[in-house]
Design a protein around this ligand. Structure first.
Ligand SMILES: N[C@@H](CCC(=O)N[C@@H](CS)C(=O)NCC(=O)O)C(=O)O
Length: 233
């Protein structure tokens, strides 16, 4: 049975998995989840992912969420030995490290500032801004110390995708991060070197920019965690 990937079109974790599948040419049916309609809040969706988050991979009834785990699984199962997820223990460890860093710190700090205030009732605060700068500064330090052209090695790995998509959300809100020179160069190089992969991010960035200018009306949504912004009618 063909793989199925449940995605949201502008969701950074979904984009990263789509980029890996595209590059590895793994056939996959994409199922668009309507975030605004709360398609991921249903009991049916929770059977696939009790975290009620997107993306979810369905490999013939084997359900996997958490985009990092999906990226690792796709490489191990469908392209073993791919340089996208190197076998060398130290290089693989650095890839895993960057994936963890993105999940725990980089995307966590950045998305709270970029994405959450677009979709939900959150403010961009000075503390939030400080956390964005901390994330950028740490990533810049990793790139500078490792001296690699890519996030984890001198070639593309699955670590690049989530870090690119987190950084893309900064560009989506016109956040100037050019003073983080290593991050900036790595990000611009990705666009130049992988135009087809970048297109996946760029199309999502357009959507995010649209929502930033026209905040979506989610007042019908009974979200278990996030406060819903009141929209003037
Ligand atoms: N750690 C998860 C995060 C997934 C995630 O947060 N996805 C967002 C969409 S971009 C989501 O499903 N949010 C659910 C909600 O806010 O209701 C991953 O990497 O897959």
């Amino acid at each position: 049975m063909v793989l199925k990937l449940y995605v949201v079109s502008d969701g950074p974790p979904s984009l990263s998995v789509r980029q890996a599948l595209a590059l590895l040419e793994v056939p996959c049916q994409q199922v668009d989840v309507d975030f605004g309609a709360g398609d991921h809040m249903t009991d049916e969706y929770a059977l696939m992912n009790p975290q009620k988050e997107i993306p979810v991979l369905d490999d013939d009834g084997f359900f996997l969420s958490e985009s990092n785990a999906i990226l690792q699984y796709i490489c191990d199962k469908y392209s073993p030995g791919t340089p996208l997820y190197p076998q060398d223990p130290k290089i693989r460890a650095v890839v895993n490290h960057r994936l963890c860093f993105n999940l725990s710190t980089y995307y966590a700090n950045i998305s709270a500032y970029t994405m959450a205030p677009i979709f939900f009732d959150y403010e961009r605060t000075p503390l939030g801004l400080k956390k964005v700068h901390i994330a950028l500064d740490v990533f810049n330090t990793y790139l500078s110390r490792a001296g690699t052209t890519h996030a984890a090695a001198d070639h593309l790995t699955i670590a690049d995708f989530p870090l690119i998509n987190s950084t893309m959300t900064l560009e989506a809100i016109d956040f100037d991060f050019s003073k983080y020179e290593k991050v900036s160069t790595w990000y611009e190089d990705f666009k130049k070197d992988y135009p087809e992969l970048w297109k996946i991010s760029a199309d999502a960035m357009k959507e995010i920019k649209h929502f930033a200018a026209n905040p979506p009306d989610l007042t019908h949504m009974d979200h278990p965690i996030h406060p819903i912004r009141k929209v003037k009618k």
